[in-house]
Design a protein around this ligand. Structure first.
Ligand SMILES: Nc1ccn([C@@H]2O[C@H](COP(=O)(O)OP(=O)(O)OP(=O)(O)O)[C@@H](O)[C@H]2O)c(=O)n1
Ligand SMILES: [Ca+2]
Length: 508
């Protein structure tokens, strides 16, 4: 049967409308996807750089950091891209020839010129922070310390970077910046952003305490829920919209090199001749030490014995138990005017949370294979004791590539670390596994330098920068999804309520 002409025309007209609407719909979806793709195309990378020189007591390191300019205030975006270890000893060893302090930095600064693109060098800030070695030099001879600082300043000014200053940082700053560095790198400041904070019972990330063991000083820093009874140990930070009450203390003279000197100087009391039997060195190990040099440190001056021989012939006996006794003698735990002390009358609240231990803590524990998080305190002690009892010849044969200065001191260092943590700070077998020995975190060295730069470049905001709850990609994705959904619903509704005649039974 032939269709009437009018109905045929209507059918063609409806068909055209549907085709037109379908095409419009497809075009709409394509446009939305295209917008999403174009909008999410990564912007050309605009990288910024920063240089920090860590002028420590035993050596200087030059660190180069980079970060994407547009994400400056986000957490965890700054990363270390290079470390250059300056040859020779720390800058404080150049007290008598200050010009050489500046010269010693040349090589590593030239390296920095190769790493940082030329057109960005002028805007790259350079900071030098000197720590305990320079604090001690300043105590012995303030003029020498000034001369060393101006020598390094002159060198740094001669490079095409934006020199921002060379200074001796305080022990408090050293502790605080170490704490900021590790918590920034561990991502512990991210917690309160995004949707997570709306989840019931959501627990914000806790911060990790920081334990730094240098050559001349050692720092302990952690967030404390208890009252901090002494003003000089208390810090208050507001970072990313959250307040932190921090306990920190820096023990000058309790870095591992000065602690070894203290231990040796204490033993001289019993020395009748120039031979000094030292249980903290492996048996068979010998070294000569000048008492003049030993007593030159302000850490030891009170222990000076005028009748002491000018040169000491130190001979290792490798006895952990005796070494432990000698090491404990350098911690004074007899007086405390607060509710709780660590040692030498210094206030310390009880230990809270987990800790990241770096610098010499890591070097030593890594050498002794003791960085495993599951290892018990007893097992650690056993390992150090075993290492101390090994003859020096054997140790040297097993580790021919390790510098003799480091290798010869691992028995002392292991014993010292155990005593500092247990006897000094009060760690025990119960909370031993709360300590993580860290060298690097995501390719950046754990240490105070990164925190120092973040602070001086104002890269850590006090308040949380406004960030929409969804990322841009998430937002665009959802937009596309809901637009498609909406179009589908409208089409379905239209088809079911205003069913075009062409869809009526019998027509199609
Ligand atoms: N592979 C290594 C490297 C270093 N050390 C020792 O570790 C100690 C601390 O080194 P470091 O953290 O670099 O101390 P500094 O920063 O130089 O000292 P400070 O922070 O006290 O100024 C030094 O005694 C150094 O001899 C070590 O035993 N093994
Ligand atoms: Ca250091």
């Amino acid at each position: 049967m032939d269709e009437p002409k009018a109905a045929k025309q209507k059918k063609t007209w409806h068909k055209k409308v549907i085709i037109f609407l379908g095409a419009l719909f497809v075009l709409g979806v394509i446009s939305l996807v295209a917008i999403a793709v174009v909008q999410n195309k990564p912007l050309p990378k605009n990288i910024k750089y920063g240089i920090v020189l860590d002028a420590g007591s035993s050596h200087t390191s030059v660190y180069i950091y980079e970060w994407p300019a547009e994400k400056e205030n986000d957490t965890g975006v700054v990363q270390q891209i290079n470390e250059c270890k300056v040859e020779g000893n720390g800058i404080s060893s150049y007290g008598h020839e200050p010009l050489k302090a500046g010269l010693s930095l040349q090589k590593c600064m030239n390296k920095a010129r190769q790493v940082i693109p030329e057109k960005q060098q002028r805007e790259t800030p350079v900071y030098l922070g000197a720590t305990a070695g320079m604090r001690l030099l300043r105590l012995t001879n303030a003029t020498m310390a000034e001369e060393v600082l101006s020598s390094v300043e002159n060198t740094l000014r001669s490079f095409p970077f934006d020199f921002q200053g060379a200074r001796i940082i305080t022990g408090q700053e050293e502790g605080a910046y170490g704490w900021i560095t590790i918590n920034y790198l561990l991502g512990n400041f991210i917690q309160d952003s995004g949707w997570f904070k709306y989840i019931p019972n959501f627990k914000p990330t806790e911060t990790s305490g920081a334990l730094d063991l240098g050559g001349a000083s050692t720092q302990i820093t952690f967030e404390s829920k208890r009252e901090i009874e002494s003003q000089e140990n208390s810090l208050h930070f507001r970072l990313y919209g959250k307040s932190y009450d921090i306990y920190t203390h820096s023990f000058l003279c309790y870095g591992k090199d000065q602690a070894l000197r203290l231990q040796i100087a204490n033993s001289i009391k019993d020395a009748t001749d120039s031979i000094l039997l030292d249980p903290c060195f492996n048996s068979g190990y010998r070294r000569n030490a000048s008492t003049n040099d030993l007593y030159s440190s302000p850490c030891i001056s009170k222990l000076r014995i005028p009748t002491a021989p000018s040169t000491l012939d130190i001979r290792g006996t490798g006895n952990y138990q005796l070494c432990k006794r000698n090491v404990q003698a350098i911690f004074n735990r007899t007086h405390c005017t607060y509710s709780h002390c660590s040692f030498n009358g210094v206030f310390q609240p009880s230990l809270d949370g987990t800790f990241g231990a770096f610098s010499a803590y890591y070097f030593v524990m890594n050498f002794l294979n003791l960085t495993n998080e599951q290892m018990s305190l007893d097992k650690v002690k056993e390992t150090v004791e075993r290492h101390c009892s090994r003859p020096w010849d054997e140790v040297k044969k097993d580790f021919p590539k390790i510098k003799e200065k480091y290798l010869s001191e691992y028995c002392f260092s292991g014993t010292y670390i155990l005593n500092l943590l247990e006897y000094g700070y009060g760690f025990s077998s119960e909370n031993w596994n709360d300590i993580r020995f860290l060298g690097k975190i995501k390719d950046s060295d754990a240490g105070w330098t990164l925190g120092y730069m973040l602070n001086l470049t104002n890269m850590i905001p006090a308040e949380l920068p406004y960030s929409p709850p969804l990322s841009h990609a998430g937002y665009t994705g959802l937009m596309v999804f809901f637009s498609i959904l909406l179009v589908c619903i409208i089409l379905t509704c239209w088809l079911s309520f205003r069913k075009p005649k062409c869809l009526h039974k019998g027509i199609i």
